[in-house]
Design a protein around this ligand. Sequence first.
Ligand code: UT7
Length: 333
Amino acid sequence: MKNINAVITGVGGYIPDYILTNDEISKMVDTTDEWIMGRIGIKERHILREDGLGTSYMARKAAKQLMQRTKSNPDEIDLVIVATTTPDYRLPSTSSILCEKLGLKNAFAFDLQAVCSGFLYALETGANFIRSGNYKKIIVVGAEKMSSIVDYTDRATCPIFGDGAAAAMLEPTTEDFGIMDAMLRTDGKGLPFLHIKAGGTVCAPSYYTLDNHMHYIYQEGRTVFKYAVANMSDTCKSVMERNHLSKEDIDWIIPHQANMRIITAVTQRLEVPSEKVMVNIERYGNTSAATLPLCLWDFEDKLKKGDNLLLTAFGAGFAWGAVYLKWGYDGKR
Ligand code: UT7
């Protein structure tokens, strides 16, 4: 009997309407369009501004489009994994809210928190459920309302992040396509360099934590930058080596969209030309767990059956990795 593998059979996405430009950010903090474009490579980011709407709203829009494109019936969905660090609530899970909104009756669902590497971790997790032979349709979502944890008085972080969601359908195949390999890593030494100080179980919310902006992202950018470049390129190289892939064999690199200079440094180390690199950071900024599926969503019409894709991400934890996948269909669904 042939081995079962998991293949992506469609993607869906959603970006909120409101566009926050560099010029608008320059009115909030001491910065310029020139600095943001030169040091990060972001022109604008989309923000979910409407009161009462959270991450599940964007996840639902992305997953609905995915289900339409893959002609999936709600009753067929077995599992939903939502990669997010900005859930609607502390409890219940955002994925449970998504199940309700999508009318899923036969699925189980959970959230997965690995910050910017969330989609990579969720993809490999979902793939293993498919490989078990017991699951036939799995929705893997990366969705973030980063604007809810960004301090718009801190110029070091507020230009970086945006909101958005995208989703991929995983289904079984016995053909030579799908998630071929994954190398995922976690090293807790990253805590001091990238974290949110309060609101968890170590430092409960209080007037003090609110007054001192302790519910927002804190980052030592230079240190994170250094580790991101080294670890993303090293894991990509390792995955290429153990799958006997030369740089010519790679059709697309899909890097986490945190900083254009990180993307350039990683792809230069891999010696892959820029035409083979998916980039949309200029329009969306860093949407954390949503960056990778948003790239797949944006570039879907350029993808061909059999293309070799290398996805890579790095983020808080530190958590990082690379996934090699063989694309399973031609063009846009
Ligand atoms: O997605 C999760 C993983 N995160 C990442 O991968 C992010 C990695 N880090 C980065 O992308 C970059 O480090 C940042 C974009 C966060 C910062 O860029 P940088 O080139 O590393 O700047 P820096 O933090 O070293 O700051 C350089 C200078 C500083 O001024 P001095 O000390 O040299 O006088 C900052 O105060 O730039 C200043 N600066 C700004 N100036 C204008 C910092 N932010 C701004 C700003 N506008 N928005």
